[in-house]
Design a protein around this ligand. Structure first.
Ligand SMILES: [Zn+2]
Length: 139
């Protein structure tokens, strides 16, 4: 699979849901940052080093970041390139996505305006009641 683009990786890191001393990618590879000044549990670092010797972990010189999407967690920069399929999907349907977001936002904005008008009407009636005014109520 093709690598995710730099733009997509940057977007994922801005949106990022998790980052730290270690993360395991959806593909099964664990990435860890042994020299990052993290607090490790007793034996945790040795366990990771043993995993690395078996080819199940990779040590990196930076904070490990991961992106959760579609119920899966992908480590950013993992050679499995698991995020690429999501980038391709988002890009392929960008026009549909933009139209949908516009329509959804308009619906929510219309609803917000209706709620605001109702609130203003209620506040106005409460204000009138507070001042001892009465209304005939024939509308
Ligand atoms: Zn992976």
């Amino acid at each position: 699979m093709k690598e995710p683009s730099e733009e997509f990786n940057r977007a994922c890191e801005e949106y990022m849901t998790s980052g730290g001393s270690r993360r395991t990618c959806e593909c099964g590879m664990t990435f860890y940052n042994p020299d990052g000044g993290w607090d490790w549990n007793e034996g945790e670092l040795e366990e990771l080093q043993a995993k690395e010797e078996r080819g199940e972990a990779t040590s990196v010189g930076y904070t490990v970041t991961a992106m959760s999407i579609d119920g899966k967690e992908f480590v950013i920069g993992c050679p499995c390139n698991g995020l690429r399929q999501y980038e391709d999907f988002i890009w392929a349907y960008r026009e549909l996505s933009a139209l949908y977001i516009r329509n959804r936002a308009k619906t929510q904005l219309d609803e917000a305006h209706r709620n605001m008008e109702t609130s203003e009407l209620l506040l106005s009636e409460l204000h009138d009641l507070d001042e001892g005014e009465t209304e005939d109520g024939d509308d």
